[in-house]
Ligand binder design. Structure first.
Ligand code: ADP
Ligand code: MG
Length: 227
């Protein structure tokens, strides 16, 4: 299963005119691979993820998530697709302050329709997978920035997504912790066969991605590899 964007254009209202956030963007991400999208702030990276996540409808173009063309779906159908097939890791973890790490992951089960009894075990497995088995009972203030980001990633995997969309997960981390999070995302992509898109403005991280593309002024160009 793959993620495919074909000729996607997205504009936002900008006074009397329209601002083109995505300009005929095409991208194919096969299952089990990670594509890094590198570009400066304001180039359209988050917009790309929002369209891929069906959170924002493009003006034109096709988005196919795990075999389903998303742009023709109703809002309710898109919401169901997000629950079942898409994992999103936002830049800021937005963890709930009163919940422990394992509870943060577990609550996602309600949205994904996983039975509560199964959810606890699955949340524990996911925390193991992201290297946090010893921190399951800690609350966010007892975790480092890198550990919080790992909880964030575990949470996005609760519904066994086909497509994993990750927005600048390393921007608040130092280089070493950022590299560790990237390594983790690569390993999870392989193990769980997700079609993963990682966007970042940091050119130093994605040298281990399967594919690196560059975003500039809403346009995607192949290459951009710095390694
Ligand atoms: P990046 O994630 O690369 O920083 P964004 O996708 O957030 O870029 O933004 C791309 C462009 O679209 C920027 O010029 C930004 O100001 C604009 N933009 C983003 N979201 C909105 C919105 N909801 N309404 C209007 N303009 C937006
Ligand atoms: Mg952004």
């Amino acid at each position: 299963m793959t993620l495919t964007l074909t000729d996607v254009t997205l504009t936002y209202p900008d006074g009397d005119a329209r601002l083109t956030a995505l300009d005929r963007v095409s991208l194919e991400v096969p299952a089990g691979t990670l594509t890094a999208v590198v570009g400066p702030s304001g180039s359209g990276k988050s917009s790309l993820l929002a369209v891929a996540a069906t959170l924002v409808a493009p003006d034109r173009g096709r988005v196919v998530v795990a075999g389903t063309e998303t742009t023709g779906l109703s809002r309710a159908e898109q919401a169901a697709l997000r629950r079942e097939r898409i994992g999103v890791v936002f830049q800021q973890p937005n963890l709930l302050p009163s919940l422990t790490a394992v509870e943060q992951v577990q609550v996602m089960a309600h949205l994904s329709g996983i039975r509560p009894r199964a959810a606890r075990g699955r949340a524990e497995e996911l925390l193991d997978a992201v290297g946090l088995s010893g921190q399951a009972d800690r609350r966010p203030h007892q975790l480092s920035g890198g550990q919080r980001q790992r909880v964030n990633i575990a949470r996005a995997l609760m519904n066994e997504p086909a497509v994993l969309l990750v927005d600048e997960p390393t921007s608040a981390l130092d280089h070493e912790r950022g590299a560790a999070v990237l390594g983790l995302l690569l390993a999870l992509t392989r193990e769980r066969a997700t079609a993963t898109v990682l966007v970042t403005h940091d050119r130093t991280h994605p040298d281990r991605a399967d594919t690196t593309v560059t975003m500039e002024d809403g346009r995607l160009t192949a290459g951009g590899r710095t390694a």
